[in-house]
Design a protein around this ligand. Sequence first.
Ligand SMILES: C=CC1=C(C)c2cc3[nH]c(cc4nc(cc5[nH]c(cc1n2)c(C)c5CCC(=O)O)C(CCC(=O)O)=C4C)c(C)c3C=C
Ligand SMILES: [Fe+2]
Ligand SMILES: [Fe+2]
Length: 354
Amino acid sequence: MILNFAPMNSTTSPNARIGVLLVNLGTPDSPNTPDVRRYLNEFLTDGRVVDMPAAIRYPLFQGLVVPLRAPKSAKIYKELWTERGSPLLFHGLDLQARVQEALGEHYLVAFGMRYQKPSIEKALEELRAAAVERIIVLPLFPQYASASTGSVQEKVMDLVKDWWVVPSISFISQFATDPGFIATIVARGRAEMDKQHYDHVVLSYHGIPERHVKKGDPTNYCRFGSCCDTLTPQNQYCYRAQCFATSRLIAAGLGLQPEQYTVAFQSRLQSRLRDPWLQPYTDEALKEFPAKGIKNVLAFSPAFVADCLETTIEVGEEFKELFESAGGQHWQLVPSLNSEPQWVEAVAAMVRRN
Ligand SMILES: C=CC1=C(C)c2cc3[nH]c(cc4nc(cc5[nH]c(cc1n2)c(C)c5CCC(=O)O)C(CCC(=O)O)=C4C)c(C)c3C=C
Ligand SMILES: [Fe+2]
Ligand SMILES: [Fe+2]
């Protein structure tokens, strides 16, 4: 009898699939106060988002900050809500379906949220049940921050550590300069610029405390100045430097000179500690524009790939009101990438390259 010990092909079956896990931040189940409260409780007690000792964070946020904030946030979520629910959720599900179509049957694409539903746990279980060969995790945050990407990475690792067979996992931890990502934003911007003339472009990113940048800066490189004007191996995970890198590429794609655009940071959580967040703050910067002769502004939100509270309401409505009451005439938000065909192709390309 001849025994054949030849190794099997490295892909164990012709049907072996690669699992892809797309993750976004999360959103409440409904715009009602109890659901918003549950969402904020989970979000704001994450030690990567609010980096206080747990013994202070939990009582302070669950006992005071969230109960006060939830009814106010619920009002804003009611404005945002659509027939299909929260935009962050339905755009995520649309993206999942379209990326699955683009990648074909050799891949299995799942979608999860870091906070609330659908959970990362459920999405990982779908991939485990399908016996995928390995998993590629793509947190849908272009620029790396511990509060966003880092938190997703921690959650995924925390869940798979308990599996009997721990799968091979890779993380696409940032795509701030990805050509497909940049080209899709540029195309979205051009479509708006073809409709009318703008005096100035604003690129508004989600803010984080400066302290978060310093905690991820082992060589003490960042001074929150011109150090962030170049991406080097030393600052490749600096959120501020990545925001500037994204901005330079968008500006180049749109043919803008440095004086024709402003990079700024929004959504700081006011705290009595008055700890500095990344600056300039968008709401303060835009109030100065009309006095400088800037009356028509095109605003991008390049820290988000899907429309959400931060884009539609904060940039699209609140900043518009602030700008107009300071004397501005026209403020236009460029819609997010959502599940645009060009963006779907860019995501599929990032996955294939991984
Ligand atoms: C300490 C506070 C916060 C940090 C740090 C933070 C970082 C951060 N957030 C996003 C993406 C999103 N944030 C969104 C909403 C949101 N963010 C905070 C606070 C911090 N975020 C709060 C309190 C809220 C809730 C809204 C409110 O009550 O005002 C959203 C929108 C979710 C939606 O349902 O539409 C996104 C997306 C990133 C990428 C990030 C770090 C870079
Ligand atoms: Fe946030
Ligand atoms: Fe820097």
